[in-house]
Design a binder for this molecule. Structure first.
Ligand SMILES: [Zn+2]
Length: 249
């Protein structure tokens, strides 16, 4: 078993020969080593108690590959950002077209996403592009909605959050997952309306939902989409380990 360059994740070969990426997290509160699957995202996570060596944790993981494969089979396969892959972007899917180049440059051309970058950097280049686009789209939308509401927001940050699509802090700062830019535009519209509405209503009361309704025409449709299909957005852009990093026996 080998580790990827990141110290916070490792790859493991499953009984079928497939490779799984497992995140490694240290927890001072954990009593024993645990392997778990995050509901929704299907991300495997190995939790190590403070004192346990990573080597022992990895050995534990190696013993649990049958269990891991069985559990992961319930989740759809990850979709990497690579040449020829069709990826969602608001209301129109794009096909990734890779061009070899020393410097990354990503742009839309018709229904293609042209990714000029070294092969090893495609995934990062595409994700950076999504983040920038998410920043532009969400900021534009948040500005409009906070203007309608008459309450300005503080800072707006784009993150790669696993458990929530957006949040609004007590200080009025807004946070969003870049992945929402892969959802239809009415979903993004609803999510931004939801967080902006929290600028005046820090709860989910009837008056909160009335504000959301006023700020987003298709809020119910957007809300349902996130509930039913939101987890699928976590499939995209998972970096597959390089071949030389794979386990060999
Ligand atoms: Zn909320």
């Amino acid at each position: 078993m080998s580790q990827t360059s990141s110290s916070s994740s490792t790859t493991v070969t499953l009984p079928s020969g497939k490779t799984a990426i497992v995140e490694i997290r240290r927890s001072s509160r954990a009593r024993r080593v645990t392997l778990r699957i995050t509901p929704g995202t299907g991300q495997a996570e190995l939790v190590l108690p403070g004192r346990l060596s990573e080597k022992k944790g990895i050995a534990f993981l190696h013993d649990k590959t049958d269990w891991l494969e069985e559990r992961l089979a319930k989740y759809p396969d990850p979709i990497p950002f690579e040449d020829g892959q069709i990826v969602p972007f608001l209301d129109d899917p794009l096909t990734i077209r890779h061009l070899n180049a020393k410097r990354a440059d990503v742009h839309i051309d018709g229904n293609q996403l042209i990714v000029a970058a070294p092969v090893a950097c495609i995934s990062k280049a595409v994700q950076d592009w999504y983040r920038r686009e998410a920043g532009c789209e969400i900021t534009l939308c948040a500005k409009q909605k906070s203007k309608i509401l008459g309450t300005p927001y503080g800072r707006l940050t784009i993150r790669d959050t696993k458990s929530r699509w957006g949040s609004c802090s007590a200080k009025g700062d807004l946070n969003f997952s870049w992945r929402v830019v892969m959802a239809p535009s009415y979903v993004l519209d609803y999510l931004v309306a939801h967080e902006v509405a929290h600028l005046t209503e820090m709860n989910h009361s009837t008056s909160f939902w009335n504000i959301v309704k006023n700020l987003s025409d298709e809020y119910e449709k957007g809300r349902n989409w996130l509930r039913l299909k939101g987890h699928e957005l976590h499939r995209y852009g998972v970096e597959l380990p390089a071949r030389e990093n794979r386990e060999s026996e």
